[in-house]
Write a protein that binds this ligand. Structure first.
Ligand code: FE
Length: 250
């Protein structure tokens, strides 16, 4: 598998880095946005993928520079290598204000701690060399402090754990119905409820989306595929909707 360019024009490129995940650890995608030589890495991953994700993004950036690091939430497959990324670049790293005081437990050097920045609960906009990126609230999908990124140039929605799929051997969803079994169990157990899935669906229906790119598994491309995914989320019962009663283990 090689890196996949999801979008490209004269000044802007969106790259899905090669799947570096192997063995026991969950498969994870790393995404790079390059605008006018400035780079943004999304959910860069843990220690297992750090060396290769770093060298790959450095090669793709060429003479450019990594400016922004985005962490959708606090899970180890996203932030475990935060110190390495901050120590080897001048980038600022962004994570929910709920998690800002937890990340230093992974071991953040004093030299870089000021470059870890909090995203307010309502979301924000980030500037990548003049290209504006929307940081959208997507709380409880699954983390209580969780964000997604929408890139208006490429019309890609980076959806983090929402839309994650596991166990298939393809990188792009071609048949939505056939794809459901690879994501259903995860979404029912990890996503908080139908109420929050609907709130998300209502928000993103207001965006023009060509591609939904999750942090795990295959991406959804094309307006019809995107629509099917959003509709599926809006109808899904998940989390506390279907939680069985707790029992004391025997
Ligand atoms: Fe997660």
């Amino acid at each position: 598998m090689a890196s996949i360019t999801l979008f490209q024009n004269a000044t802007h490129r969106n790259i899905l880095l090669e799947d570096f995940g192997r063995g026991q650890a969950v498969q994870a995608n790393q995404h790079l946005i390059v605008h006018d030589g400035a780079g943004m890495i999304l959910d860069p991953g843990g220690h297992r993928v750090y060396t290769r994700a770093m060298s790959e993004s450095t090669a793709l950036l060429g003479d450019g520079e990594l400016k922004l690091i985005f962490f959708s939430h606090q899970d180890p497959d996203i932030i475990a290598a935060a110190n390495g990324w901050l120590m080897t670049t001048e980038a600022t790293a962004w994570i929910s204000t709920l998690w800002i005081r937890f990340v230093p437990h992974f071991g953040l050097d004093q030299l870089v701690i000021d470059r870890l920045k909090a995203i307010p609960d309502e979301g924000m906009r980030l500037d990548l060399a003049g290209s504006e990126l929307l940081v959208l609230p997507a709380h409880f999908l699954h983390s209580p402090g969780n964000f997604q990124v929408y890139d208006p140039v490429s019309k890609i929605l980076y959806s983090g754990d929402l839309g994650a799929s596991f166990g298939m051997d393809y990188q792009e969803v071609r048949d939505f119905g056939a794809h459901i079994p690879y994501m259903e169990g995860f979404h029912r157990r990890y996503m908080a409820s139908n109420k929050v899935l609907r709130a998300w669906a209502d928000m993103v229906r207001g965006l023009e989306i060509d591609t939904i790119a999750p942090q795990h598994g295959a991406f959804f491309h094309g307006k019809e595929m995107v629509r099917q995914f959003i509709d599926w989320c809006a109808e899904l019962s998940a989390g506390v909707d279907i939680l069985p009663p707790f029992r004391i283990p025997r």
